[in-house]
Every structure is written in C-alpha cells, then in structure tokens.
Design a binder for this molecule. Structure first.
Ligand SMILES: C[S@@+](CC[C@H](N)C(=O)[O-])C[C@H]1O[C@@H](n2cnc3c(N)ncnc32)[C@H](O)[C@@H]1O
Length: 282
C-alpha cells in the first residue's frame, strides 16, 4: 500500500461525510446488513470488554458496542468520519462508553501494547483498504488482542460484489477492457481500475481464511452479509412492517449467511479471528 492509496481512501471518506451515516439505514439490504453485523458482534463482545474500533466511521457500531457493555477506543483514518462519530454518538448514552477518539490507520497500531484489548473490531472494510499490507495489518490487530480475545472484521467480497453490482461490473469491463476486469475478479484488487475515485481490495472467503492462517490466527467464524436479502428488495418490504415475520426472516437470513455455500455471496465477508496459540503462549 502506498501513501497515495492511504490519501485517496482518506479523501474519499472525508468527502463521503454524512452519507456514510445512512449507508446501513436507507435501503432494506443495508438494514439487513446492519442486523447481520450487529448479531455477529454480539457473539464476541461482552460486558466490560475493552474494544478498539477501527474505521468506526460515524458510529453505528460504536453505539452497538456501548449497548453490549463495552468500553470503546474509537478510531478512523478520516478526520471527517471521526468528527461525525463524535457528533452522532455524543447525542446518545453510548458516549459515556467512549474512552478515546484517535486518528488511526489499520496498518499501524504500534502505539498499543500486546494484548491490551479484549476485542478489536474493524467493520465495513478497513482491511480492504490495506491492500497488499492486509497481512501486516491483521498481524497487528491480533498482536494487540489478548489471548482468548477476538478480532471481528468485515471486508468487501469479490464474488458478492460481482453479483450485486452486475451492471456496474459489466460497465467497468466495457470501460477498462475485459483483461483488466478479469484481473480485478481474480485478485480482488480494484487498483487495476486506474482513475476510479473509490477503490479497495475485495476478498474471496478462501483468501480471508488464507490471510488469517498466514498470520498464525485462528478462524473462529465466517459470515456473508447478506444472502437472500441481496435479491429483489420489494419482496421484503411487507415483511419489514410485520415485526414477527421480520424477526423470523432475519433469523433465517443470519443462519443462511453463515453457511459455507453462502459466505462469498454478500457484499461483505465477516470474520472472527482469535490470536493463535503462539500469541497466547507468549
Ligand atoms: C464503510 S465505512 C465503515 C464504517 C463503520 N465501521 C460501519 O461499519 O458502519 C469504512 C470506514 O473505514 C475507514 N477506513 C478506511 N481505510 C482505513 C484505514 N486504512 N485505517 C482505518 N480506517 C480506515 C473509513 O474512513 C471509513 O470510516
């Protein structure tokens, strides 16, 4: 990853500003994605945990972490997103759970001591912006997680993005050429699409597993976000108005997202990784 890559990501999120706050609320697939991420988080973070939240953005999951009873060090690469986090979270009881707010690149957590957090959360793709430094970045996150603790993250999915954004991907193939598009599909690295204002590195599930394995971590859980709700949203609208049917749908959706046949199928791949035995021995 180059300084230009980091700057381009920072500028993108600075300019995106407030629109990031509505990403998980304005459309039905976003609301399902929020629920999938929220329930996954609740499996690994509990009352009294001290959590580093990386790429926290405007604070949807800061508020969730506080609701789980965690104390949170909030961080982001983008100063605008960090300010938005202060703005949104300060209006809620969650603010009392915030220990600190810091500008932080997922690739450099050297300021934190080994094992000082019970959990490190990096939702919404911070590791997808580490590009070829993803191994070093995950290694750093596992280092600062205590033995028995968990890194909980989501990255962008290559196959799911292809599926959910088919017209866009076909447009990219037309604009940049099939050969370039094939490189993106094979590697997940959107930097082949020179000139786009938003690029990241997408993953296949097996690449996520390889990444965790390479840095000596233990893959504990995987999930897509989302599965059935990636289809026609109009089919779901009547369900959302009926709390009982909606809860039932969400239960099935969350279970489906964790099926091995589904984890590549959403826009994001969620994972929980524990520090490996070497880390706990040390
Ligand atoms: C899609 S938003 C996700 C926000 C929030 N975590 C959520 O899931 O709703 C991605 C966030 O990651 C931040 N980010 C991007 N690259 C990063 C990096 N290298 N280090 C830390 N944060 C980064 C962005 O500024 C942005 O706030």
């Amino acid at each position: 990853m180059t300084t230009e890559d980091i700057n381009a990501t920072r500028i993108y999120y600075d300019q995106l500003g407030e629109r990031e706050w509505t990403r998980l609320t304005s459309a039905i697939a976003g609301r399902v994605s929020f629920e999938v991420h929220r329930r996954f988080l609740a499996r690994f973070v509990g009352r009294g945990d001290r959590v580093l939240e990386i790429g926290a953005g405007p604070g949807r999951f800061t508020i969730e972490l506080a609701a789980l009873g965690a104390r949170v060090v909030v961080s982001d690469l983008s100063p605008v997103q960090l300010e938005l986090n202060r703005f949104h979270v300060a209006r809620t009881p969650a603010e009392s759970a915030v220990e600190d707010r810091v500008l932080l690149d997922v690739c450099d957590v050297s300021r934190y001591a080994d094992g000082e957090f019970d959990a490190v959360v990096a939702y919404g793709g911070p590791l997808s912006y580490a590009f070829d430094a993803a191994e070093d970045a995950l290694n750093g996150l596992l280092r600062i997680t205590r033995p028995g603790g968990m890194v909980v993250a989501s990255v962008m999915s290559t196959l799911g993005t292809w599926r959910s954004s088919l017209p866009g991907v076909l447009g990219v193939a037309h604009r940049f050429g099939e050969e370039v598009n094939d490189k993106v599909l094979a590697t997940g690295d959107m930097r082949h699409l020179v000139g786009l204002d938003h690029v990241c590195r997408m993953f296949r599930t097996r690449q996520v597993e390889e990444l965790i394995d390479t840095v000596g971590g233990e893959s504990v859980a995987l999930s897509a976000s989302n599965w059935a709700s990636m289809s026609d949203p109009s089919a779901l609208e009547p369900l959302e108005d009926d709390p009982e049917r909606w809860r039932h749908f969400l239960d099935n959706e969350v279970a489906a997202c964790a099926e091995p046949g589904a984890t590549d199928g959403g826009t994001h791949i969620l994972f929980a990784a524990a520090p490996g035995r070497d880390a706990s021995d040390g």
